[in-house]
Design a protein around this ligand. Structure first.
Ligand code: NAD
Ligand code: ZN
Length: 348
């Protein structure tokens, strides 16, 4: 089969790799219809996250059709259209039972293979899905393939990020970063009841989308976001900050933006060695800092009805649709935000 594979820093290839096979009885094989490039793929692409085997199929955002079923995954039929969270989960362990499916003790992340162990990703013609019955979800009526793709990661992650800030209508919230995840966090914050949501980025096209999604925007290349937020909160700072970038500068910004006793919810993947604020700084703000991977499989259950309602035009952020065979070019386009790139979908 053809796949987009990792070959070192800033190097992706479109090449043939062996077709996946059913290995364990709970596996299914999915023929991918649509997949996407995520901000998380960029950490791997730029080798900020190190250790991925060369030749690994990239990606963890995909939807497609079941084409082969292991003997213990029979509730999934060949021909069924499915969506998948970006990690697999057993549905049975302690973590799955408390809704933290991203920490399933048997879970794996698509597109991560190290020392030949792990899972190939979804930017490929076929994907092997272990623990398929508990991982995959049949795409329900009223949910398009594109929406299903978003449910598997960015929509779930953005809403999770917002939820973690414990939203009240009369409080002030700030989203740092208006990439796909930050934009979904804006919608999430509104859905959970926030009336005052500010969004920070430096890219005008992304700020325009944030505005369309209902945020008041701050371009941090020409405005000081800390001054803006302090000015509207009697000098206190925001009640909740959603960090959707993942570097020391934005984590420090989130710290500076939040008021004493406030909550930072960080979903940006930060590969730096230390946190951008000290234990004393955290103490001095009575800070609650929530961080980590989104339990997308858990969030998908909650978000399907919202998507079916078509309350938000979530897929309007898709700026580029390319065939998988041109996916190599999609990486630098997305990474460098060329042609106002916001989200790249790859058609298989
Ligand atoms: P992206 O790279 O498209 O978006 C990042 C945005 O941050 C861009 O719009 C960029 O302009 C902006 N930005 C960068 N530096 C900034 C600064 N100093 N101030 C303000 N804005 C700044 O990526 P994305 O797809 O939106 O993903 C965002 C992050 O979320 C990534 O780190 C990704 O790995 C992570 N992520 C985490 C999870 C999870 O489960 N926790 C899931 C998906 C993605
Ligand atoms: Zn992703």
């Amino acid at each position: 089969m053809k796949a987009l594979t990792f070959h070192g820093k800033d190097t992706i290839a479109y090449e043939s790799i062996p077709d996946p096979e059913i290995i364990t009885p709970t596996d299914v094989l999915v023929k991918v219809n649509l997949c996407a490039i995520c901000g998380s793929d960029l950490h791997v692409y730029h080798e900020h996250e190190k250790g991925l085997d060369h030749g690994t199929a990239m990606g963890h955002e995909f939807v497609g059709e079941v084409v082969a079923v292991g003997k213990d995954a029979r509730s999934l039929r060949v021909g069924t259209l499915v969506m998948s969270p970006f990690t697999t989960s057993c549905g049975n362990c302690f973590y799955c039972n408390i809704g933290l499916t991203c920490r399933c003790i048997h879970g794996q992340l698509y597109g991560w293979r190290q020392h030949e162990k792990g899972l190939h990703g979804g930017q490929a013609e076929l994907v092997r899905v272990p623990l398929a019955e508990s991982t995959l979800m049949k795409i329900p009526e009223g949910v398009t393939l594109e929406e299903g793709l978003f449910l598997g990661d960015i929509l779930s992650t953005g809403f999770y990020c917002a939820k973690q800030t414990e939203i009240y209508p009369d409080k002030t919230y700030v989203v740092v970063g208006c990439g796909p995840v930050g934009l979904m966090a804006i919608l999430g914050a509104r859905e959970y009841g926030a009336e005052r949501v500010y969004a920070i980025d430096t890219v005008p096209a992304r700020l325009d989308m944030a505005r369309k999604f209902g945020a008041r925007v701050i371009n941090s290349s020409n405005q000081n976001p800390i001054e803006v937020i302090k000015a509207i909160t009697d000098g206190r700072g925001a009640d909740g900050v959603m960090e959707a970038v993942g570097n020391s500068a934005t984590i420090k910004l989130a710290y500076d933006l939040v008021r004493p006793g406030g909550i930072i919810s960080a979903v940006g993947v930060c590969t730096d060695k230390y946190l951008a604020f000290s234990p004393t700084q955290a103490y001095d703000k009575n800070l609650t800092y929530k961080v980590g991977r989104c339990p997308a499989r858990f969030m998908m259950n909650e978000l399907v009805p919202l998507v079916q309602e078509k309350k938000y035009d979530v897929t309007s952020i898709i700026s580029h649709r390319l065939p998988l065979s041109e996916g190599v070019a999609g990486y630098p386009i997305f990474a460098n935000k060329k042609d106002n790139c916001l989200k790249v979908l790859l058609e298989v």
